[in-house]
Design a protein around this ligand. Structure first.
Ligand code: MV4
Length: 446
């Protein structure tokens, strides 16, 4: 096992990783920008290294500074968390080239899944169902027209280097195709320096379902069920659930079997999440994320497993030590992402937190780096806390969530707690019968 790990991240996820390290008896190195000298992830680490000025490109994305910090402190492994360098194949490769372990998949698999066309080709060849669409990249408008008439309108043009909703254009009918195709290409070139695009049938009312998997370095792969991440606004998730209100135990087992078989054949390692669209009882793979995700706690609560501990153990070469039949699902979990934003306009609200009281009690978990007196800096993502509840049934989880949101006190800055309170009280949410469009409509109606 490692003796010392550098955590190349900040905020709640840096703390989350530190907690796993502490329980494993591993020393931690925090890195931080000059804006984060007072941050909780720095205060609680065994050691810390300042790696640059506030702008992320000069600090949390500064590969030479992070590698130097790891060398100087004698860290044997680097955990990238989510965001920042977590899905940077070149960074993973450089960590390994410096004789350290990257806690995550191989750089080859990170690169493969970063290319959405390559990811789909790999999954299709391994028997994972896809949305009907082009066979790989679409070279020109003539080919785009052929694909679109074969699969039928509406279609979606996506950037190979995109993902997470960046660089997508809809063409509802043949007359819209040229404009959508050319715009998608130009935007992809400008945003990613790669103008490769592909086409999919546009699903009009899907749910966003993702499957958590873990793989050891010895060919064993297991899944931890699905999360329903349909409740998002502008591709930012606000609330996630495990399991999905729409997925039966049979569907879960079937999807898990398909996915784990595919990843075993692929030789995948460490943690990963497969994203699917689910509509009319059908799953269609769209992307794979090669990192620990923000919403991993809902899976931890229903499976009773520490996914970060597992990531570290597996990266050190340990065997999973359990099989699929050992993984059981208990109750229901819901996570609210609480951001420092105006709950009506979503304008970021950095500033000083003057008072802070986190909820507690049975089945309540807070993952946050906030404290009374902390100044939320304006330079980074606005998420300041994750409130996770767990209860025997979805109905009880909702009641527990309502209770915990009432207890939560953050004074000095505005947060999205009031918005979450409204969502929890809405019959549409309570019914569990929602699609990826539900939240945008809900917010518009507020
Ligand atoms: C789609 C789609 C409909 N049809 N693909 C957006 C994020 C990216 N991961 C994939 N996305 C979508 N792909 C087809 N063929 C609708 C979306 C989509 C979406 C997906 C998941 C969660 C929220 C979403 C919001 C808008 C659009």
């Amino acid at each position: 096992m490692f003796q010392k790990i550098l955590i190349a991240n900040r905020g709640e996820i840096a703390l989350r990783i530190q907690r796993a390290c502490r329980e494993l008896g591993i020393a931690t190195v925090a890195v931080h920008s000059t804006a984060d000298s007072e941050a909780m992830h720095v205060r609680l680490a065994d050691e810390s290294v300042c790696i640059g000025p506030p702008a992320a490109k000069d600090s949390y994305l500064n590969i030479p500074a992070i590698l130097s910090a790891a060398s100087i402190t004698g860290a044997e492994a680097i955990h990238p968390g989510y965001g920042f360098l977590s899905e940077n194949a070149r960074f993973a490769e450089m960590v390994e080239a410096h004789g350290m372990t990257f806690i995550g998949p191989s750089s080859g698999h990170i690169g493969m899944m970063g290319d959405k066309i390559a990811a789909k080709e790999a999954m299709a060849s391994l028997g994972v169902p896809l949305v009907p669409g082009s066979d790989g990249a679409v070279a020109d408008l003539a080919e785009a027209r052929k694909v679109a008439s074969r699969i039928g309108y509406p279609v979606l043009i996506k950037a190979a280097a995109g993902g997470g909703g960046r660089g997508m254009k809809v063409a509802r009918e043949a007359g819209e195709l040229e404009e959508a195709f050319q715009t998608a290409r130009a935007e992809a070139r400008a945003a990613f320096g790669n103008d490769a695009v592909y086409i999919e049938k546009f699903l009009d009312r899907p749910r966003h379902i993702e499957l958590q998997i873990l793989a050891d370095n010895h060919g064993e792969v297991v899944h931890f069920g699905e999360r329903d991440c349909s409740l998002q606004r502008r591709h930012q998730k606000l609330l996630e659930e495990a399991g999905s209100p729409a997925i039966s135990a049979t569907d879960r087992a079937r999807l898990g079997e398909t996915a784990t078989t595919a990843l075993r054949k692929l030789g995948y390692r460490n943690a990963g999440t497969l994203e699917f669209l689910y509509q009319d009882g059908q799953f269609a793979f769209i992307e794979m994320n090669t990192r620990l995700q923000v919403e991993h706690p809902v899976t931890e609560m229903v499976c009773g497993i520490d996914l970060v501990r597992e990531q570290i153990r597996l990266a050190a070469g340990a065997a999973l030590g359990y099989g699929q039949r050992d993984i059981t699902f208990s109750g229901h979990a819901i996570e609210c992402r609480i951001t420092a934003e105006d709950p009506k306009t979503f304008t970021p609200t950095p500033g000083r937190v003057t008072a802070y009281h986190a909820p507690g009690g049975l089945g309540v978990r807070i993952d946050s780096a906030l404290y009374a007196g902390y100044f939320v800096p304006p330079y980074y993502d606005s998420m300041v806390a994750k409130l996770i509840v767990h209860a025997p049934t979805r109905e009880e989880a909702i009641n527990r969530l309502r209770r915990a949101l009432e207890e939560f006190v953050v004074v000095g800055i505005q947060t999205t707690i009031p918005l979450h309170q409204k969502i929890v009280d809405d019959p549409g949410f309570q019914s569990g019968d929602y699609t990826i469009h539900w939240l945008e409509h809900f917010v518009a109606g507020q």
